[in-house]
Design a protein. Structure first.
Ligand SMILES: Cc1cc2nc3c(=O)[nH]c(=O)nc-3n(C[C@H](O)[C@H](O)[C@H](O)COP(=O)(O)OP(=O)(O)OC[C@H]3O[C@@H](n4cnc5c(N)ncnc54)[C@H](O)[C@@H]3O)c2cc1C
Length: 486
């Protein structure tokens, strides 16, 4: 244990040697990437402290889809793209309401970081996918999903002699003279030249969701699909050193039927989504980042409508018919849109069934003429293979012909990840309330705010954030530790 004066200051000749050069809190892709980058930048002793009994956090549960522009993988497919286009799209979609200099670095390094992962041994499917509204595909799909990336990073960490300590939930930063000098787990203190917080989000804490992601909590049935360890510890650790936070009410919510705890990233394209008034409000095949925003604009509650015949066909076909096809996972049955599950939803009160559209409107407390008009217009579009309202691709336009008709209540209650957290600068330094870097403290990944904006730009937005800033945080932390040890 370090001897400290009453003021917390330690005189230079009393300073004991560091136990390690860099401590990283959390073993998700942000933390493991930071560890590797710290070693590559010259840190000799790097320790990753992980609260849980398993390496990888939400990163291992994740699809691992990762956004990046101008990569060799894109070039191999003849896709022309560059970081400037990604930056432009990112700012436009977020209406500039992000930390632009931080985002600039992010978009510049997203492509090179995908390639860095590839150099380390991560394998990607040849086919790239669209993640949101980009003009060319820029989302890279790892073979083996997020677990595949975590396995590669973890293997590289082992080879680089990075220590990973499981079951070590950091509950305190060591701070001396305003500088972060280590971490503590209970009475066990570890001194280090620099600390990287990479402890993930707070989806697993109902209290934190209510406070910092209210549009998720207010669905009344928020259900988090990430890792146990996502409790928002970074917010407590940051508060200890008066760190600034940003990104209130940001994250990603997916539509859910509320019937079970199986998440479905997209809804099948043949469903018709209407708001509480009975009006369509979007192309039902919209990317999930866009759908989250659309749901905010339309009261966070919608009804997915279909007829019996289409449901029976969909069940028999055995495929979900999502618009977005992800290599390795697209040809499968929807977990919710089958005749069996519909019966369960009816029993559970999540769905209504009626012989006519007018009866369905009555059951949903809607104006029957409005819902009738919506369905008539939709059916006309289906007949003409042309959705005159929302331009949904004609292959998904199935007319609602004959009863019984079904309506299932949908809320954006599946919480994928959270995006409120510690404010960092473009070098991943955690900023104080006075917007100054807190010496010795760096952060990366889902525990930070300011990179992921109000608009989730698309699949791969979060994984690109965590890996880009994981690398930066590791490099900068190592450089800081080396500088300050001289
Ligand atoms: C099912 C699912 C699918 C997803 N799919 C995608 C996708 O395809 N593409 C995409 O971009 N995003 C996706 N996301 C989001 C993305 O995967 C996560 O935002 C990202 O992996 C978080 O990485 P991280 O390293 O910041 O945190 P994590 O991977 O969650 O790691 C943080 C680690 O810190 C540990 N920890 C927490 N507190 C402490 C403490 N006090 N002391 C020590 N350790 C601590 C945790 O236990 C955890 O292991 C998905 C998320 C989920 C849940």
């Amino acid at each position: 244990m370090t001897e400290r004066s009453d003021t917390g200051h330690v005189s230079p000749d009393e300073v004991p040697p560091n136990d390690v050069d860099v401590v990283i809190i959390g073993s998700g892709a942000a933390g493991l990437g930071a560890a590797l980058a710290a070693r590559a930048r010259g840190a000799r002793r790097v320790l990753v402290a992980e609260a849980e009994g398993v390496v990888g956090g939400s990163s291992r549960l994740s699809g691992g889809l990762i956004m990046g522009a101008g990569t060799r993988y894109q070039r191999a497919q003849g896709i022309q793209d560059d970081a400037a286009s990604l930056y432009h799209d990112y700012l436009q979609l977020n209406r500039w309401d992000v930390d632009a200099a931080v985002v600039k670095r992010f978009t510049e390094l997203a492509g090179p970081t995908v390639e860095w992962l590839g150099d380390l041994g991560v394998e990607f499917h040849e086919q790239l996918v669209f993640g949101g509204d980009e003009r060319v595909p820029r989302v890279h799909v790892p073979i083996g999903r997020g677990q595949g990336i975590v396995d590669v990073l973890h293997g590289r960490c082992r080879a680089a002699d990075v220590d990973v300590a499981l079951g070590r939930r950091v509950d305190r930063l060591l701070v001396e003279g305003g500088r972060v000098t280590g971490v503590a787990v209970g009475d066990d203190e570890i001194r280090s030249g620099a600390v990287v917080i990479a402890s993930g989000g707070f989806g697993n804490s109902a209290e934190r969701l209510a406070e910092h992601f209210p549009s998720a909590a207010s669905t009344g049935e928020a259900w988090y699909i990430g890792a146990e360890g996502s409790r928002g510890d970074a917010l407590d650790l940051g508060a200890q050193v008066e760190a600034q936070t940003t990104g209130h009410d940001r994250g990603l919510r997916l539509l859910h039927t509320g019937i079970d705890r199986i998440y479905e990233a997209y809804i099948p394209g043949w469903l018709v989504l209407v708001d509480a008034d009975g009006r369509r409000f979007c192309d039902e095949t919209a990317p999930y980042g866009m759908m989250d925003h659309l749901m905010r604009m339309h009261g966070n509650r919608a009804w997915a409508i279909c007829d019996h015949g289409t449901l029976v066909e969909a069940t028999a076909s055995g495929t979900a018919r999502y618009k977005q096809t992800i290599p390795g996972s697209s040809k499968r049955q929807s977990p919710h849109w089958t005749t069996d599950v519909m019966e369960l939803m009816l029993t559970a009160g999540r769905a209504r069934r009626a012989a006519t559209i007018e009866d369905l409107a009555f059951a949903l407390d809607m104006d029957a003429a409005v819902l009738r008009g919506t369905i008539d217009r939709y059916n006309a579009g289906a007949g003409a293979h042309d959705d005159a309202e929302f331009a949904k691709h004609h292959t998904f336009l199935e007319p609602l012909r004959e009863g019984p008709f079904y309506a299932v209540e949908m809320r954006p209650s599946t919480v994928c990840f959270t995006a409120y957290g510690l404010r960092i600068d473009r070098d991943a330094q955690v900023l104080s309330l006075a917007s100054r870097p807190i010496p010795g403290l760096f952060a990366a990944g889902e525990c930070t705010g300011g990179v992921v904006g109000a608009q989730y730009v698309g699949s791969g937005n979060s994984y690109a954030n965590i890996t880009v800033f994981g690398r930066i945080a590791g490099e900068q932390a190592a450089a800081f530790a080396i500088r300050s040890s001289r």
